[in-house]
Every structure is written in structure tokens, then in C-alpha cells.
Write a protein that binds this ligand. Structure first.
Ligand code: CP3
Length: 339
């Protein structure tokens, strides 16, 4: 099986530039909106293996991509820990108050649909397309669990790090065990690569970045690798500064680092690419715009970071993205690799 994504990660030569997009399944696709309109809500889709598998495969059928990411959500982990979860239209996720951390008990069977989704996807994926599983970084999941919903800068959670350190530590310990088990189960169900989304890493820096991002990720990767030594881990500490990306890459044990659009490709080339394989980092807003500006940026990224690179966005595809622009992005990447 010749998969460009795995070849690039393992250092083998490949003619194809591996290309996939965070949130490649989602509201910008008419076929997703159709299935979504048939279901009660987003959570119901995630927990229905047949529908979730179909949604995972939608972008693979439509576009020439090199990886499929299981259709699920990082907040299924708190749900399987017993914390009530609801997604309200246009408002995002709402979690019940945690109360006593000791009451959280990991029951993976509550979200066994995710593993069944992967099994179904695996049977239908073309052999050159890699299958990606994922989980949230402990910090990012803890942010939603403690605040209960999106909060600008998650200021209440940052305050808890200082004022209620022991409680946060207990929460991280519970999340560590749950997340390791969740990732391992995804691998057993067919995932060949896993990505850890730490979407709110960038609101911490210095010592707190070290303590609540670098160290927990290092422990997470080590525990995961004990069970799945050959499965590459993609880390995504979104929004942190260049120096923190360097620290994260050199200390956590990840195999690939996903970059957000704030890191310039020339800085990435000089400071990060020597340390690891890079994934990214086209601005999703440029994909909404499309046209020449997007095309030029794609070439700049590929010239700076290719050929041993994983082309992706710097964050998820936005719902207002025109589908033609995604076609155009893929055409640009394929033209560059063929030249
Ligand atoms: O295609 C893929 O990338 C796989 C699916 C995926 C989803 N969520 C589906 C989703 C992945 C990898 C995630 C990760 C996720 N979920 C993150 C980390 C990445 C990031 O975006 O920063 C976070 C922070 C969440 C939590 C979450 N889920 C929020 C804050 C929201 C609301 C915002 C929004 O976009 O509506 C969601 C909902 C969500 N997760 C949707 C999808 C397709 C939209 C649901 C809908 O159809 O209404």
C-alpha cells in the first residue's frame, strides 16, 4: 500500500504531495448539509456510525485527497466521561457543569460509534488514502469542560490554573487516561495516524505553556506510543509563538507538527522544518477568497516547505468556503508536484 502521507512521515520518497484539509467534511459541502438536515443535530451524526462514515468519505469521493479524518468531535471524550454535552445551532458546544472531578468515569462504550465509524471507513477507503483518528489536547478539552462553553480567552480556566491547581491537575489525570484509551481504540479500529488538536494552546505561554501544554502532551504521546509504537502522531498547538512551536516539537515526541497561519512559511522553513515534518498552513480565509492570492500563497508554502511536507490549512475549512476554491487549491498542489 503506497500512501503519500505515511511515506512523507517515514521519510520515504513520494511523487505525490500529501494533501488533506482539517474539517474537510462539513458545512461547506452540499452533501453534508443534506445529511445534516435529516438528523436531529450534529451529535446525532457523530454517534451514528453509518452516517458518520458516509460523511467522512464525502470529501474523498469529491476531491483528490490523501487522507480521511474520522467525522467526530474532540468533545466526545468529556461526553464519554459522563459530562452532559449539547451542540446548539450557531452557538456551538455546551457542557454540563463538571462538579466533582471524581465523578467523571471513562466509559468508551458511550462513544463506540466512533470506532465503528472507523471500521466502516477503513473498508471503503481507496488504498492510497490514509485514515486519521484524533483527540483534543488535554488543555483544549479541559477549557471546554471547565468553562462549559466557548469563552473568549478562556479567562476563567486560566484563573483556575493558578487558584485551583490541584483540581485542574486531577482533571488532566482523568483526561490523560481517557485520551490515551480513545486514541488506542481508534488505531485498533483502523486509524493509521492520529492528530492531537490543542486549539487553545496559543492562550498560554512561557512557564504555563510548558506545564499545561508541553508536559501533558509529552506524557500523552509517550503513553500512546507504548501501546502503538508505529503510529505517527501529528501535534497541533494552534496559535502559539514560533519559540513555543520549537519547544513543543523538540519536547513532546510528536512526528508531525501542524502549523496555524500565523507562522510565516520562511520562519517555518528555517526554524521548524529542521526539527520535524510540517503540516499546513494555508489561511482558511484565503481559501474562502480563492483566486490569485490563494494560488500564490500555496506556491510560496510549497516552495518553502516542500517536497517533504503535508499540505493542509492552518485551521479548519470555513462553512462559507466555495467548493470550487477547494478544487482550485487541489489543482495548484497537483500542478506544483508535477512540475
Ligand atoms: O473533518 C474533520 O476535520 C473531522 C471532524 C472534526 C469536527 N470537529 C467536526 C465538527 C474535528 C477534527 C473536530 C475537532 C474539534 N472540535 C476541535 C479542534 C479543531 C478546531 O476546530 O479548533 C474543536 C475545538 C471542537 C469543538 C467544536 N465542535 C466546536 C467549538 C464546534 C462549534 C463550531 C462550529 O464550527 O460549528 C464544533 C462543531 C463541529 N465539529 C462541526 C463539525 C463539522 C459543525 C457542526 C455542524 O454541522 O453544525
Amino acid at each position: 500500500m503506497d500512501q503519500s502521507l505515511l511515506n512523507v512521515i517515514q521519510g520515504y520518497p513520494t511523487k505525490r504531495m500529501p494533501l488533506w484539509l482539517m474539517r474537510q467534511a462539513g458545512r461547506y459541502l452540499p452533501e453534508y448539509r443534506y445529511l445534516r438536515s435529516q438528523a436531529k443535530n450534529f451529535l446525532e451524526l457523530c454517534l451514528h456510525a453509518e452516517l458518520a462514515a458516509e460523511i467522512t468519505l464525502q470529501p474523498i469521493r469529491r476531491f483528490d485527497l490523501d487522507a480521511a479524518i474520522v467525522f467526530a468531535d474532540i468533545l466526545l471524550v468529556p461526553m464519554a466521561l459522563g459530562q452532559g454535552l449539547e451542540f446548539r445551532d450557531k452557538e456551538g458546544p455546551f457542557l454540563e457543569s463538571i462538579g466533582d472531578v471524581g465523578r467523571l468515569v471513562w466509559k468508551s462504550e458511550r462513544i463506540r460509534a466512533v470506532y465503528e465509524t472507523l471500521e466502516r471507513v477503513k473498508k471503503q477507503l481507496p488504498p492510497h488514502v490514509a485514515c486519521i483518528g484524533f483527540a483534543g489536547g488535554l488543555w483544549t478539552v479541559a477549557c471546554y469542560m471547565v468553562a462549559g462553553r466557548h469563552e473568549p480567552g478562556f479567562v476563567s480556566v486560566k484563573a483556575a490554573l493558578a487558584n485551583d491547581t490541584q483540581r485542574v491537575e486531577r482533571l488532566f489525570a482523568v483526561l490523560h487516561d481517557a485520551t490515551v484509551d480513545h486514541l488506542v481504540r481508534q488505531v485498533r479500529a483502523g486509524a493509521q495516524v492520529v492528530q492531537v488538536f490543542d486549539s487553545w494552546a496559543g492562550i498560554l505561554d512561557g512557564e504555563v505553556f510548558e506545564r499545561w501544554i508541553v508536559q501533558p502532551t509529552q506524557r500523552l504521546v509517550a503513553a500512546f506510543k507504548e501501546k502503538c509504537p508505529d503510529i505517527p502522531v501529528i501535534g497541533f498547538p494552534r496559535g502559539c509563538c514560533l519559540e513555543d512551536y520549537e519547544r513543543y516539537i523538540s519536547q513532546t515526541g510528536i512526528q508531525v507538527c501542524s502549523l496555524d497561519p500565523n507562522i510565516h512559511e520562511l520562519d517555518a522553513r528555517d526554524r521548524l522544518k529542521p526539527l520535524t515534518v510540517i503540516q499546513g498552513n494555508l489561511d482558511p480565509q484565503l481559501l474562502v477568497e480563492g483566486g490569485l492570492r490563494m494560488e500564490r500563497k500555496v506556491v510560496d508554502i510549497l516552495e518553502a516547505l516542500g517536497p517533504r511536507h503535508i499540505m493542509n490549512l492552518g485551521h479548519g475549512v470555513l462553512p462559507q468556503t466555495p467548493v470550487e476554491n477547494v478544487d482550485n487549491l487541489i489543482r495548484c498542489v497537483r500542478a506544483w508536484e508535477g512540475k
